[in-house]
Design a protein around this ligand. Structure first.
Ligand code: PLP
Ligand code: TYF
Length: 399
């Protein structure tokens, strides 16, 4: 049956993990896939999550099916987390928020839904560069993928003029994807003033805006400020779609918990969106798993756990900031004359170091440090045990 089949291309991010595993050298360091580690390099279960798990145990839940849209209380809390409890769209019941198989699953639901029901355009614009999954997923959903200017390699910063120019040249009503906060892979975001201009431009071009929000709270340590761009667009009256992930901000990676939101113009339209989304889900995976939704629901909904969570996200974002500083200090100490300020200015899990492909290859071959080919490192994987070694390696390949 499969005689003509060819192998699929490897995932450029998870592929790094495979190469790392095959390396026998004891000095090896993995800075590929974005997953938070404590200072000793160990995965970290958030204390708020541990407490939620105890709560779930004591409640003796059953294992009946969820409905297609998942755990309703989870979806309600997720929407409030993103848009703010008092958001008009929530007050008026205009949002359709469903539980999804984490952020990736939310993107796929949004992609499939838009592809099927958004009649004005089939073209989705994503930033250059963007998360590798974006570059493939939307095509599988049946959309045409195009890119807009985002990153300026000369400044290792945002090319805001280029970005605005790209948006001005988009056909009316096209679809555009934004990273809500902590752009992956660059760690570079527009400022709130720039978001305001971007929102106005999107309105002018009547674009349909899809937000991918995988780092709310994880980025700055503040849940509301990380949702600033999304809320700005919604305040401006834009009917955005939103994909949320709880992988990073609750450390629930493998539990696959997220949410997908669409916004309707009336309650009647919301009911139709809901029935079509449920139909899509029913024929894809029927209904989502319960466990992650229960954990996230307790963390968000229980006042004590929510306080703990706010502490936990501050712990993670502060440790990442410290690791950025340690890396830059290490580079200076190693004797690097280069300006590494961008490592400090970037936000979120990653740093886009500016290392070229050749330098990345040297990092791996000569120093056993594993990172993606675009020069991205997961800062969350740096710690007291490896940061000096990594800094020395980075200096060695860039001097
Ligand atoms: N979108 C971006 C930009 C990401 O970096 C990630 C990874 O965390 C996701 C979406 C979603 O990942 P997951 O499917 O694990 O929630
Ligand atoms: O960019 C990252 O490293 C994270 C995790 O196919 C990830 O977003 C990486 C690759 C992938 C799914 C998640």
């Amino acid at each position: 049956a499969w005689a003509g089949i060819e192998a699929a291309p490897p995932d450029p991010i998870f592929g790094v993990t495979s190469a790392f595993r095959a390396d026998k050298d004891s000095k090896k360091v993995l800075l590929g896939v974005g997953a938070y580690r404590d200072d000793a390099g160990k995965p970290w279960v958030l204390p708020c999550v541990r407490k939620a798990e105890e709560m779930i145990q004591s409640k003796q839940y059953n294992h009946e099916y969820a409905v297609q849209s998942g755990v309703a209380e989870f979806a309600k809390l997720a929407a409030e987390l993103a848009f703010g409890k008092d958001a008009c769209i929530l007050q008026h019941g205009l949002n359709l928020t469903v539980q999804s198989l984490s952020g990736t699953g939310a993107l796929r639901l949004a992609g499939d839904f838009i592809s099927k029901f958004y009649t004005h355009s089939k073209v989705i614009y994503v930033p250059t560069p963007t998360w590798a999954v974006h570059n493939v997923l939307f095509k599988i959903s049946g959309l045409d993928l195009k890119h807009y200017t985002y990153y300026d390699p000369k400044t290792i910063g945002l090319d805001f003029c280029g970005m605005c120019e790209s948006i001005r040249n988009m056909p009316e009503r096209a679809i555009i994807l934004f990273h809500a906060r902590a752009h992956n892979p660059t760690g570079i975001d527009p400022s709130m003033e720039q978001w305001e201009e971007i929102s106005n431009l999107c309105k002018e071009r009547k674009l349909f805006v899809l937000f991918d929000m995988a780092y709310q709270g994880f980025a700055s340590g503040d849940l509301d400020s990380d949702a600033g761009a999304v809320r700005k667009f919604v305040d401006d009256g834009q009917q955005v779609a939103l994909c949320q992930s709880f992988s990073k901000n609750m450390g629930l990676y493998g539990e696959r918990i997220g949410a997908c939101t669409l916004i309707a113009q009336s309650k009647e339209e919301q009911a139709k969106l809901k029935s079509q989304m449920n139909f899509l889900i029913r024929h894809m995976y029927s209904n989502p798993p319960l466990y992650g939704a229960r954990v996230a629901m307790h963390v968000m909904g229980d006042p004590e756990l929510r306080c703990q969570w706010l502490e936990d996200i501050k712990t993670m974002s502060a440790r990442i900031k410290t690791a950025r500083q340690q890396l830059v200090d290490g580079l200076k100490k190693a004797g690097s004359q280069k300006d590494w300020a961008h490592i400090l200015n970037q936000i979120g899990m990653f740093s886009f170091t500016g290392l070229t492909k050749e330098q990345v290859l040297k990092m791996t071959k000569e120093h056993h440090v594993y990172l993606t080919m675009n020069g991205r490192i997961s800062v969350a994987s740096l710690g007291s045990n490896n940061v000096e070694y990594v800094a020395n390696a980075m200096h060695a390949v860039t001097k």
